[in-house]
Design a protein around this ligand. Sequence first.
Ligand code: UDP
Length: 253
Amino acid sequence: MARRKKIYEGKAKILYEGPEPGTLVQYFKDDATAFNAEKHDVIDGKGVLNNRLSEFFMTGLNNIGVPTHFIRRLNMREQLVRACEIIPLEVVVRNFAAGSMSRRLGIDEGTPLPRPIVEYYFKDDKLGDPLVTEEHIAAFGWASQQDLDDMVSLALRVNDFLSGVMMAVGIRLVDFKIEIGRVYDGDFQRLIVADEISPDSCRLWDLQTGQRLDKDVFRRDLGDLSDAYTEVARRLGVMPKNAATATKPHLIN
Ligand code: UDP
């Protein structure tokens, strides 16, 4: 058994060198963290569900012409993705007030926003991912003005797509976070949606009952996280046959 070269290990995923140049293997772990990793647990099968759900959303986006890093799923916990240079920003789109926006601005959770609001957070665990403005981003060179325009356009297209897909299965997309990467085609660079799209990075509320079907179940101790994610997967028709059958990390056939 050969060991694959590990490129990076984050809180919920591991990146390994891919089989061809310009590719990576993204492995989904069962770890759940919140509050900058102060709260941590291992949720059996979460990685399997997020691998499937991210595949589902990214494939849908690719199919409507929104470029993503997703190439194909390899197995229960791994997917082949295009390597890219991650822009060090978390791009959040909000349709309803919740979470940090509700805390910061004193707006009740669930209040509809007059239009989708795009926010940027600087990716730095030591600083707790602070909210930043376009001025900071341009001044510190994290992204150019053209990148910012492209990022907003990508983020809003993802928002429209995800909102529609979720609404069709009785789920309200309250907000979500994406990460965006640069890829180079010859002299040209373009931006693609990277990382993952899953209930770890979205707020999903049942349309009828308001029941939380996302990581807030873990953050706020509202019940069983795996049940919530399984419900999202079930409604979308992407329920894996056996969520418990997991492949081991960093082993190659
Ligand atoms: N989010 C995320 N990763 C983070 C921070 C936020 O995926 O490190 C997602 C979160 O799940 C929610 C949205 O981004 O869907 C907005 O999160 P918010 O700023 O309200 O943060 P929180 O309430 O989690 O502190």
